[in-house]
Design a protein around this ligand. Structure first.
Ligand SMILES: [Zn+2]
Length: 325
């Protein structure tokens, strides 16, 4: 009986790997630095070594295959990546044949945010639902979808790039080169930028004190802390960014009618502060057409979401359905 998946979460900072069983229990976990700045060959070698080290602990014949969650747009049919911002040298590259040759295991690869949706559906806050929308609100904004119990990747595997939906045409510049994207309005990076702009414009706010008097030290957690302490500038920044997030969610709800929306990433720690703005816009722009709105809940898996998603992908590729599909 094949009971385990060999899983890896390949981020720009760390590579995590583990054996994962069908219930999501992990064993033989390792975490090593990616050393992405040393180039592709060095980071690929570290992924292979981590996987090989973990696999050595498995019972012979017990592993269904390898699943990898990678940071950047990825075609899950081929594993070919498209311009990953945090894995220099991986553009147009697939690690799949290297892993298959080294470990003699069927290997599947997909984008981390896409896999987070599968992960939450299989093991986390999306359990029991067949249609799950996952949104990570962190340095950037990304997402993934499980439709009818299966990962939805789109025609080229690039579905879920929801951070670059335009919410305010001609709005603030985004990392992607566009303007007014959701990511440029509602990510943690955007919250910090808006706060610095308000301070520069002369707003008097506790944000500056909490940042030690240095505008360049303003981060999203600082803005959240100030908002919780009652600072009106911080509260209006959170209100504005959460309202824009709500417009994005309203559009996604109208397009996909998810049964649940799961929020991950650093900003999900402040979901209670974001919800009033988010729900207000959903009610204005979507709920009236759809007789209500889906529950919006915080990720249940935290830092393990990538590893568990990679495992769920390996099981899905082997079995034809997700472990709890
Ligand atoms: Zn963008």
């Amino acid at each position: 009986m094949k009971t385990h998946a060999l899983a890896a979460d390949v981020g720009g900072t760390n590579i995590r790997a583990a054996l994962v069983d069908r219930q999501g229990a992990m064993s033989h976990r390792v975490s090593v630095p990616t050393m992405a700045h040393l180039g592709r060959d060095a980071s690929v070698r570290r992924v292979l070594e981590a996987l090989e080290g973990v696999l050595a602990n498995a019972e012979p014949g017990s592993v269904v295959g390898a699943g990898l969650s990678v940071a950047g747009p990825t075609d899950p049919k081929t594993g070919v990546m498209h311009n990953p911002p945090n894995l220099p040298g991986w553009d147009g590259f697939t690690i799949v044949p290297l892993v298959e040759e080294k470990l003699a295991l069927q290997t599947s690869v997909a984008n981390d945010a896409t896999l987070a949706a599968l992960s939450e559906h299989s093991y986390g806050a999306g359990r029991g639902y067949r249609h799950v929308l996952y949104v990570t609100v962190s340095t950037g904004i990304g997402g993934g979808m499980v439709v009818d119990g299966k990962l939805y990747a789109g025609g080229r595997g690039l579905a879920g790039e929801i951070g670059h939906m335009v919410i305010v045409p001609g709005g603030p510049e985004c990392n992607c080169g566009g303007r007014g994207c959701l990511e440029a309005l509602s990510s943690g990076t955007a919250v910090a930028r808006i706060a610095r702009e308000r301070l520069q414009a002369g707003d008097v706010s506790a944000i500056l004190d909490l940042a030690g008097g240095r505008p360049e030290q303003v981060t999203a957690p600082v803005v959240v802390e100030a908002a919780r302490a009652g600072d009106t500038t911080a509260q209006s920044i959170i209100s504005e960014s959460s309202a824009n997030l709500g417009i994005g969610f309203a559009n996604l709800i109208l397009a996909f009618d998810p049964e649940v929306i799961v929020i991950g990433g650093g900003m999900s720690e402040s979901l209670d502060l974001l919800l009033p703005g988010v729900l207000g816009r959903i009610d204005t722009y979507a709920a009236q057409y759809l007789s209500g709105r889906p529950p919006i809940v915080k990720s249940a898996l935290g830092d393990d979401v990538g590893l568990l998603g990679a495992a769920a992908l390996a099981f899905e590729s082997h079995d034809g359905s997700s472990p709890r599909g």
